[in-house]
Ligand binder design. Sequence first.
Ligand code: AMP
Ligand code: ZN
Length: 471
Amino acid sequence: MALHFFNSYSREIEEFQPRDPAQRKISIYTCGPTVYSRAHIGNFRAYIFEDLLQRHLELRGYKVHRVMNITDVDDKTIRGTREAKIPLSKFTAQFKEAFFEDIETLRIKRADDFPAATDQRYIDKMIEMIAALISRGLAYQADDKSVYFRINKFPDYGKLAHFDLTQLQSTGRVKHDEYDKEHIGDFALWKAWDEEDGDIGWESPWGRGRPGWHIECSAMSTALLSDQIDIHCGGVDNIFPHHEAEIAQSEGVTGKKFVRYWLHCAHLLVDGQKMSKSLGNFYTLPNLLEKGYTGREIRYALMRVHYRAPLNFTWEGMEEARQALARINEWLVRLREAAAKNIDKGKNKTQPGSLFEEALDDDLNISAALGFLFESIRETNRTMDRNKLDASSARAWLNWWERVNNVLDLETENEVVLSAEVAQLAKDRENARREKNWKQSDELRDRISALGWEVRDTNDGQKLTPRMGSG
Ligand code: AMP
Ligand code: ZN
């Protein structure tokens, strides 16, 4: 089955056809964090969805080039640096560091590039694009010295958000900083310096100032990926005005279609409301780690619901995640034992099949993919209960899991989980050694070994490690 995604632009499920199918190379641009505080787990829901997307495309043989920007200058970061009375770069560095720490804990693959908005190379690119927009009549400098995009000159404006923005009327109260605009919907490309900005600013043909948030992403995606990209992602709140503005800017400069597929994930909610800094209803990753949850449990909790469905954050959900991962662990332990047992009944061969991947091909239907995983766990466990899973089937399931886990990345790394049977044998062996009953100790080692575990005696006692794929 071919890959299909729901494209926010057409609002339809479309077959995925990358720009360069022969090379199997895909470019993905994902809007990253604004580093004025530590990201909350709502933000990480978006990044985990993007991680799942990348890993599934890789499973399907695509080579992904992904860019995630870091917004390290905007109103919020400037306010933060003023309040903290430290330079902007120092203020944002602490949150960049926290962000990289958090994505590692959540096992989110690093993007190939993490361009920062304050990097002079990208500031230059933004200035170049703004100049091109002015020369095409798509932007103008207003009396307040800021440069704005002229939405009336871009007929496609509003197509992503699916409403006619040019019909917006400048009625009612208009914020002070919008007085100089021709149209209420015109957005800033370059913000003229003012006192609040302090020593933050860059020289440009329009005077000292700083870039608007939207132009940042247009410039970085063009600089690092090219004029046209395959997939652009973000949370649904990015659709308007951010992504709408990106289309207007990029297509205004190049005259080419900017993005082939727009994918947006629904919000992480708390009691029915979006988890957000402004509502104060958020948790950071350290908040959850302090409560004893592991990175992979949080990863699972944020990943398990289809990306286009809102996900409510609850403590029961966290507990369910813990139980689900414990089931996977226990299943893997049993499979490894079965793979080592050398049962070859010939008749009870089970084959993993390809339903997991196929579910993900269907607009990343993770709920169906996980449904298949747990159904498989139930069935193979039943067969193992009857001691009837032959070694080659067990190995096939383990190999299948390895493939699946390349996408999910949920396996425990350091913690060794033993089945009840092996744990008992290990305990008996410890007792035997304490009583210096070496014969029994050796026999128990053989029995443990037959269940797929290698035993080493160290100064700290015996250590068990699984023997993968043996038997
Ligand atoms: P921000 O730092 O606010 O620009 O957000 C970074 C990313 O997180 C964007 O893609 C947002 O759409 C996304 N995001 C913010 N809040 C949530 C939420 N509660 N649930 C899911 N995604 C979110
Ligand atoms: Zn962006």
